[in-house]
Ligand binder design. Structure first.
Ligand SMILES: Cc1cc2nc3c(=O)[nH]c(=O)nc-3n(C[C@H](O)[C@H](O)[C@H](O)COP(=O)(O)OP(=O)(O)OC[C@H]3O[C@@H](n4cnc5c(N)ncnc54)[C@H](O)[C@@H]3O)c2cc1C
Length: 302
C-alpha cells in the first residue's frame, strides 16, 4: 500500500482492525487500516497518506447507519478519537466535536437550559454522522438546528466552514464526499426551562421504546420514506413483516427496521434489503431507496 505503510508506526493507525464492534449491526469484516486521528495534525497526516497511496477512504462515526461488508473495507477507515468529543458553548450556540454522541449533546443542552436539540436524544449516532445524514426525527432535522459545520478535506488538506445551504442538506442527505470529514458543528439553541426539555426527551424515549425493536441489532430505518408516505407502512402493507434471509428479519414491531440475530452476516442484510425492495416494487411500483449505507464490496460490485 505504498506510502501508507509508513504509518504502521503510529499507534493511532492499525492494520486489519475488526469493524463489526464499531457498528450497531455488529456484522462485517475488518478495515485494511483503521486510523483514529486525535487532532487536526493527525487528520492532515491521514489525508496526505491517502492521497499519496491512492487508497479509498471512508469515515465511520458511531456506526449506527452502516452495514460493513463481510470482506470488510479494503482501504482506510477514519474514526475520530476522543479529541473530537468535546462540547463548548458560544452564547446560545453549542459547538460540538464530530465524535460527540447525539444523546449526550441533547442532554448537555437541556441541563444548561438550552432547548431545541432534544430530538437528538433518540438517535444513537454522532454529530458527524448527523450532519452527513441530516439525521432527524419527531418533526425535526439536523438542518433545522445546524448553523454550520467545519469540514476537513482529506485530499486538499484544508478546512472549510459550511452552512446548511453549502452542505445541501435535505431529507437524509448532504453533499459531503467520502474524503470530507466533519470535524465539529455549531447548533443554535433557545434558552428555556430544563424541565420542559427533560419532559420532551422522556416522551421521545418512551415513544421509541413502544414503536421500535429496542435491544436488538439494527441500524434504524433501512429505507428512506417516499414523499408523503412511510416506508414502514408500505413494507407492512406488502405483508413483509417477519420476512427473513438467514439470521436477519423484518421487525414485527416496525417494518422499516431489519433485525440481525447473533451470527448474522452483512450479506444476509444486503439480500433482505434487496428482496424487500424488489417485492415492494413488484406489488406497488414504489422504488424504495436505502437510508442505511453499505460500506465495502457487496454482490453487485464484486
Ligand atoms: C435504533 C436506531 C434508531 C435510529 N433512529 C434514527 C432517527 O430517528 N433518525 C435518523 O435520522 N437516523 C436514525 N438512526 C440512524 C443513525 O443513528 C443516524 O443516521 C446517525 O446520524 C448516524 O450517525 P453515526 O455517527 O452512527 O454515523 P455512521 O453510521 O458511522 O455513518 C453514517 C454516514 O455518515 C458518515 N459520517 C459519519 N461521521 C462522519 C464525519 N465525522 N464526517 C463525515 N462523514 C461522517 C459516514 O461516512 C456514513 O456515510 C437510527 C439508528 C438506530 C440504530
Amino acid at each position: 500500500m505504498g506510502d501508507w505503510d509508513e504509518f504502521v508506526g503510529e499507534e493511532w493507525v492499525r492494520p486489519n482492525v475488526a469493524l463489526a464492534p464499531r457498528t450497531t449491526y455488529k456484522v462485517g469484516g475488518p478495515a485494511r487500516w483503521l486510523a483514529t486521528p486525535r487532532n487536526l495534525d493527525d487528520l492532515g497526516l491521514v489525508g496526505r497518506a491517502v492521497v499519496e497511496a491512492g487508497v479509498p477512504v471512508v469515515v465511520l462515526g458511531r456506526g449506527s447507519n452502516v452495514v460493513v461488508a463481510d470482506d470488510g473495507f479494503d482501504g482506510v477507515v477514519v474514526c475520530l478519537a476522543e479529541g473530537f468529543g468535546q462540547v463548548r458553548w458560544e452564547g446560545t450556540r453549542a459547538v460540538a466535536g464530530a465524535a460527540v454522541a447525539l444523546p449526550r449533546l441533547a442532554r448537555a443542552a437541556v441541563e444548561r437550559g438550552r432547548l431545541g436539540l432534544e430530538f437528538f436524544v433518540g438517535i444513537p449516532g454522532s454529530v458527524g454522522g448527523a450532519v452527513h445524514q441530516n439525521a432527524g426525527c419527531h418533526g425535526r432535522e439536523t438542518k433545522d438546528v445546524l448553523v454550520s459545520a467545519s469540514v476537513w478535506d482529506l485530499r486538499q488538506g484544508v478546512m472549510t466552514e459550511r452552512s446548511v445551504e453549502d452542505l445541501e442538506l435535505s431529507y437524509r442527505h448532504s453533499n459531503l464526499a467520502d474524503h470530507e470529514v466533519v470535524v465539529d458543528a455549531s447548533f443554535q439553541t433557545t434558552p428555556g426551562d430544563p424541565g420542559e426539555g427533560e419532559r420532551l426527551m422522556r416522551e421521545i424515549t418512551r415513544w421509541r421504546r413502544e414503536h421500535q425493536p429496542g435491544g436488538t441489532l439494527n441500524a434504524g430505518s433501512v429505507f428512506k420514506n417516499p414523499p408523503g408516505d412511510a416506508a414502514g407502512r408500505i413494507i407492512d402493507a406488502a405483508g413483509l413483516k417477519g420476512l427473513r434471509r438467514g439470521r436477519v428479519y423484518v421487525s414485527e414491531r416496525h417494518a422499516n427496521f431489519f433485525v440481525a440475530e447473533p451470527g448474522a452476516t452483512a450479506t444476509e442484510i444486503w439480500e433482505l434489503v434487496r428482496e424487500v425492495a424488489r417485492r415492494v416494487e413488484d406489488r406497488t411500483g414504489i422504488v424504495l431507496e436505502p437510508e442505511i449505507r453499505f460500506v465495502g464490496a457487496f454482490e453487485e460490485e464484486r
